[in-house]
Write a protein that binds this ligand. Structure first.
Ligand code: AMP
Length: 273
């Protein structure tokens, strides 16, 4: 695996398809699953590692976000990455005068709770697409709204890449893997699986005919009783991320999404309905 720090050193004229996995590092099995799949489905696997300052709010964890290039490089190589692109901030943002703004799908949920977050995500992902020029790009369903935002960007700007969404990888107790899980104290880590448990419980109840509103309410209150600060617990229709009133027909897709803080750690998760 080749580690690349400068845009000028990115490979050009590779023969065969390029599968691309954009990341912010602190790798876990979720990232590695995307890399293995990108490698299996393409001739070349390019992984980017860039903690993108533009997608963090002023009071968020940019400064303390886990960074360990040596450990990450070893894991990416073992997962089959051919290139690890870890650019500097100056290389990615020699100027910062252009933003990619996706409207509509960003209005609620993460978009509402993290103002500017999705403009930061869309901007860096489009820049990375233009630098890496992948045929296929791999994203995790764990960040469901992010997937919809990138889909809208790709469709809306005719970006020549195919998106692949990979299912969420979880710890044995159901907790969705996340780089932020390492912030959790032992006590909070023990409570964290309740997020996924409450999502699956609500999804099952809605599928069995219970009302969306009552399951949203009981999911939220179960989490609050356990000490979570719930930002949202909501059923949404896809791809627009609009609030879901009733379980739609089989032809439409929907999900239940949650964002909650336990202590100072903010976690998100979702399950398909
Ligand atoms: P991040 O480094 O958190 O920006 O994540 C990089 C990519 O990995 C994104 O497409 C995420 O959605 C994906 N990802 C993160 N956690 C998981 C997980 N537990 N399962 C599957 N994909 C994930």
């Amino acid at each position: 695996m080749k580690i690349i720090h400068n845009v000028a050193d990115l490979p050009r004229n590779l023969t065969g398809s390029v599968g691309f996995v954009p990341t912010m590092g602190a790798f876990h099995e979720g990232h590695l699953a995307l890399m293995r799949r990108a490698k299996a489905e393409n001739d070349h696997c390019v992984v980017s590692l860039f903690v993108n300052p533009k997608q963090f709010g002023a009071n968020e964890d940019f400064g303390r976000y886990p960074r360990d290039l040596t450990a990450d490089a070893a894991m990416a190589e073992a997962a089959g990455a051919d290139f690890l692109f870890a650019p500097t901030r100056e290389d990615v943002y020699p100027t910062d005068l252009v933003d990619v703004v996706v409207r509509g799908v960003t209005d609620r949920w993460e978009g509402a709770h993290r103002p500017g977050h999705f403009a930061g995500v869309a901007t860096v992902v489009l820049k990375l697409f233009n630098l890496v020029r992948p045929d296929l790009a791999y994203f995790g369903q764990k960040d469901l709204q992010q997937c919809q935002v990138i889909r809208q960007m790709v469709d809306g700007l005719n970006v020549p890449v195919r998106l692949v969404i990979h299912p969420t990888i979880r710890d044995a107790d159901g907790l969705a893997m996340s780089s932020r899980n390492r912030y959790l104290s032992e006590e909070h880590r023990a409570k964290a699986p309740l997020l996924y448990a409450s999502l699956t419980e609500a999804a099952n109840a809605i599928r069995s005919g219970s009302s969306v509103a009552s399951e949203e309410e009981s999911g939220r209150s179960k989490l609050e009783q356990a000490g979570f600060l719930v930002e949202y617990f909501a059923a949404v229709s896809l791809p627009g991320m609009d609030p879901l009133i009733d379980l739609p027909g089989k032809e439409s897709t929907s999900a239940i999404i949650v964002a909650a803080k336990i202590g100072t750690t903010r976690l998100i998760d979702n399950v398909s309905l």
